[in-house]
Design a binder for this molecule. Structure first.
Ligand code: GLU
Length: 289
């Protein structure tokens, strides 16, 4: 299959995690992905990222489906659930293991905090970078462990990381800034990075439409695509919404939940039109960062 997204049927996806109520920022992400696909006669998929057993709750899935309908957004095919695809994530981990690019890490949060105190470490977009304590060491068999990517080896193997963003243009991503990221968690199967990257390839997504808050992670996702020989999509990282205090909307702060607007009798299609036209409802604004 061609690696050029322009040579394939335009396919986008909305990929919410069912760990809370969707807010207007999610609605905007879904609208961007939906409208882009429809404008190009393409496909728009809905993927529920439900592998985080500690935070995902089935009852939020029904809310997501109701929100989509309320906004007037139809998706193609069946709803995709990450929880049904864990075998494919495991196979990819085994492939990376066979390539010598992953290692077991038994460090607890406390171990990592202590190691960071003890020696100066780099800071990446997600905070202090894992100091590599378990890299190259035999770990005791009876301890819970996660799998980390050996970032140095992975980058040597993959070569330069480049990708195209429809707004920001051609990018040379810096995956090294994240250090040895977790690919398989102690408390859940695959990490977001591994699962989302594999799913986007399996579903032949040509344009990944998502918020700017995920921009830096794209270098990691492109790295995994290179290592695993996956399809390489293009990206559109759209603007984020902020509340009256200038803070990014977040489920954790119960920002303007769509379910509350729905229950309050607001017209979802009208709200969707407001978001499209930039006449933003309810005291929110687009960030320019
Ligand atoms: N599940 C992610 C979220 O809810 C979306 C990730 C993506 O679009 O790549 O933020």
């Amino acid at each position: 299959m061609s690696q050029d997204p322009k040579a394939r049927i335009v396919t986008t996806r909305f990929a919410p995690s069912p760990n809370g109520h969707l807010h207007l920022g999610h609605a905007y992400a879904a609208i961007c992905a939906h409208d882009f696909a429809r404008a190009h006669g393409g496909r728009f998929l809905l993927r529920i990222e439900d592998i985080d057993g500690t935070r995902s709750r089935p009852e939020f899935v029904g809310g997501i489906l109701a929100d989509m309908q309320w906004l007037g957004l139809c998706f193609d095919g069946d709803v995709i659930f990450q929880s049904a695809r864990v075998d494919s994530y495991r196979q990819a981990l085994e492939q990376l293991h066979a390539m010598g690019l992953v290692y077991k890490c038994i460090c607890t949060r406390g171990d990592i905090a202590a190691a960071i105190q003890a020696k100066a470490v780099r800071h990446g977009p997600d905070g202090p970078v894992y100091p590599g304590t378990c890299r190259g060491r035999d770990v005791p068999a009876d301890k819970p462990y996660c799998w980390r990517l050996d970032m140095g080896k992975a980058l040597d193997r993959a070569g330069p990381i480049g990708w195209t963003d429809l707004i920001a243009g051609d990018q040379f991503g810096d995956a090294a800034q994240f250090g040895d990221i977790v690919l398989w968690r102690k408390d859940a199967p695959a990490s977001y990075h591994l699962a989302a990257t594999l799913d986007d390839a399996a579903d032949e997504i040509t344009y990944i439409v998502r918020g700017k808050d995920l921009f830096a992670y794209t270098a990691v996702h492109r790295l995994l695509q290179n290592l695993l020989g996956l399809l390489q999509p293009a990206y559109w990282h759209h603007e984020l919404f902020c509340d009256d205090n200038g803070e990014k909307l977040a489920k954790s702060r119960s920002s303007a939940a769509l379910s509350a607007l729905r229950a309050g009798g607001r017209d979802g299609k009208e709200i969707a039109q407001m978001l499209r036209s930039g006449k933003l409802p309810l005291g929110i604004s687009l960030s320019n960062s």
